[in-house]
Design a protein around this ligand. Structure first.
Ligand code: DLL
Length: 424
């Protein structure tokens, strides 16, 4: 059978002009749909005196109001629905750390759109119809498990729906069913590696890892690839855009996340002013969905930080916009003694120290107005707190206290890892 290079070659390799035309007609349709069916989003447009007739070109997008996480919370559970509830077939929800949860609802067509995006990602990673995939994010309200599932069904994969947890069984399943690819929350790959190391084991059939839901450094990616003997891909997505993989993944060429640009328009804006920033400049990622029905998003502010890498054709042949792997979230930026940094930079620096393991936490304590930062990190014997402090000072310009923990002693999370812990 011919090797599948693209899941949807036409959509993935459209010329710039064709893509712009598709985007404009879909944008017009989405704005009209939202205007007609969402009192909430319509009231926001009314406040700015905008109607669907004002969207005549892609440049008119900036006239439209932003949508935020708070808007989702305010309209919980289904206040932004643009179709009758009887047309909903599935929902997912993210809890976040504060406030009401965020709900995404799916019509049959929305599920097909999600499957399409996810099938594109899985094919881009090298999965071929008939290959076996083990899906390790939770199957439940979190969108990860079902996202991989819908895509794998479309692509024609043999699905091992392992869900999260029970690492020994995960390894047994991977061996017994000769699993070629895994889909997982990044930090779970470290769990698998720990257990393999303990047992001196390997996974000879495993070739592909599709990881997402959290930022991860290049160093972590290289370690995971070397230990598991795989190629690791960075898959991006969120509840609000329709789940894992909707907003793309990076390809083997590793030059940014390919956002599925016939499905979403990407803007990068200044997080403070909301103004679009020039290509190459870091800002907040904003997505507009072009094909979703139940809850389309117009100018959704993700709070994620990135920049446009290119709008040109990639070495893999795909067109559309590419954005840098996510650096961090606007809310995650830490400022200590005048130095700004993101958890990902701490991870990057830590992973450069020989003997340091991937499990770490940044502990922030406010004491009488003074911010104290400690790094808890697991490491092999011989690594000292001083080594950590010195290296972080060199790399980040400030010197948090380094506390070394024995392998396996820091707390593990089932889903996304909690890297920043605030106390006091
Ligand atoms: O985390 C979707 C997902 C599941 C993506 C599994 C990939 C794999 P939420 O729980 O709604 O959905 O969280 C979305 O997670 O705004 C980012 O801050 C972060 N995030 C997701 N993917 C990545 C990634 C899922 N590849 C939020 N790199 C997003 C960095 C990511 N951060």
């Amino acid at each position: 059978m011919k090797r599948l290079r693209y899941w949807n070659e036409r959509a993935e390799t459209m010329s710039e002009d064709e893509l712009a035309a598709v985007q404009l007609s879909r944008l017009k349709a989405t704005v009209a749909h939202v205007w007609a069916n969402s009192a909430f989003q319509r009231s926001r447009m009314d406040a700015l005196g905008i109607t669907p007739h004002d969207v005549k070109s892609l440049d008119d997008l900036v006239k439209l109001p932003f949508l935020t996480k708070d808007d989702f919370r305010e309209t919980y559970p289904l206040g932004m629905l643009c179709v009758p509830q009887a047309e909903i077939r599935e929902m997912h929800m993210s809890s976040g750390s504060t406030g009401a949860p965020i709900v995404m609802a799916y019509t049959e067509a929305d599920l097909a759109q999600w499957a399409e995006c996810m099938a594109r990602c899985q094919a881009m990673a090298g999965m071929q119809p008939g290959d076996t995939i083990q899906i390790m994010p939770t199957f439940g309200l979190f969108n990860g498990g079902f996202g991989f599932y819908h895509g794998a069904r479309a692509l024609g994969l043999f699905i091992v729906p392992a869900s999260s947890g029970n690492t020994p069984r995960q390894i047994t399943l991977m061996r017994d069913f000769k699993v070629k690819g895994i889909g997982s929350v990044v930090s779970y790959a470290s769990r698998i590696i720990e257990l393999l190391d303990e047992r001196n084991g390997n996974l000879p059939d495993l070739k592909i890892g599709i990881f997402g839901a959290e930022t991860f450094s290049d160093e972590t990616r290289s370690r995971v690839e070397a230990r598991l003997g795989i190629k690791a891909f960075d898959i991006y997505g969120m509840t609000e855009t329709g789940g894992a993989g909707t907003t793309g993944m990076d390809c083997e060429a590793r030059c940014g996340i390919h956002v599925w640009s016939d499905q979403y328009i990407t803007e990068i804006v200044d997080p403070d002013t909301g103004a679009c920033v020039p290509d190459g400049e870091t800002g907040e990622v904003v997505f507009t969905s072009l094909t979703r029905q139940a809850i389309p998003v117009i100018r959704y502010r993700t709070r994620d930080l990135s920049h446009i890498v290119s709008r040109g054709k990639c070495a893999c042949g795909r067109t559309g916009v590419r954005i840098e792997r996510i650096t961090g979230r606007c809310d995650d930026m830490l400022i200590v003694k005048g130095v700004n940094f993101f958890p990902k930079q701490v991870e990057q620096a830590l992973m450069e120290i020989p003997g340091v393991l991937p499990e770490y936490q940044i502990i922030i304590e406010e004491k009488e107005g003074v911010t104290d930062v400690r790094i808890h990190v697991e490491a092999q014997e011989g690594v000292t707190g001083y080594m950590v402090e010195k290296h972080l000072k060199e790399k980040l310009g400030f010197s948090p206290k380094g506390d070394i923990f024995k392998p396996g002693t820091l707390p593990r999370d089932e889903g996304k890892a909690k890297r920043v812990v605030r106390r006091g």
